[in-house]
Every structure is written in structure tokens, then in C-alpha cells.
Design a binder for this molecule. Sequence first.
Ligand code: ZN
Ligand code: ZN
Length: 128
Amino acid sequence: MNALGYCPQCNKTLSLTDSFTCSCGYLIEVDQELHLCPFCKKQDFYKQKDFNPLIGRIIFIIAAILSLFTYGLSFIVFYIIDFFLYKKIPFLVLCYYCGSHFRDVLRIHEIKEFDHYKADMIKYNQDV
Ligand SMILES: [Zn+2]
Ligand SMILES: [Zn+2]
């Protein structure tokens, strides 16, 4: 697993694959199964496709321009490419609390996609 987040004590950006002691002395304990967030010690995560939406938009614009010459055929090709690309893109796991990123998470199938209700609950509870 690869974790990217901020040290809760000194706010330094940390990218790590295993337990690590920050230069400020804070111990980041990485649990390879990701039951706890190594940065904020909470246990609520969601997953999303690790895909830059800008790339998707650029591909779409290219397909739109090409469609002028191909009578819309490029859109069909675009949707086919998009469909296969989307399936191949790995999931990125994010912590609801601190926004840390995790790649190559072992129990990815157990983690659900983003839930607005849950996110609101977490936000509300934090403010209290
Ligand atoms: Zn630190
Ligand atoms: Zn966290």
C-alpha cells in the first residue's frame, strides 16, 4: 500500500508505504489492511477511480473535433475507449476525515464509493 497524507502534528506532506516516524517525532503507523487511517486514526474511507477528469475532457474534445470529419463515428470510438479505460483504471482510496490518499489497498472490495450522507454526518459531528 502507498499512503499520501499530512502529518497531523507538523502538517508535513508524507508519502509512505510502511510505518514511519516523522521528523517532528510523530509516529505514523501503517496498517497494510487499512482498517485505520495512519494519519488521523479514523476508519472511514471511500474509493474513487484514480483518473484525472481533465484527461477525459481532452479526449472528449478531440472526439468532438474528429466527429466533424467522421460523421460522429469518433464518438462511438470514444465511448468504447472510455469504457475500456475506465475498467482498467485502479481505485484510489481516500480518508473521509483528513483526505489522505491510498493506493494499492488490499481490501479495496470492502471499501464503498463516496457517500454524501456519510460525508455530511462526519462533517457535522466534527463541528460539534
Ligand atoms: Zn510531523
Ligand atoms: Zn485520515
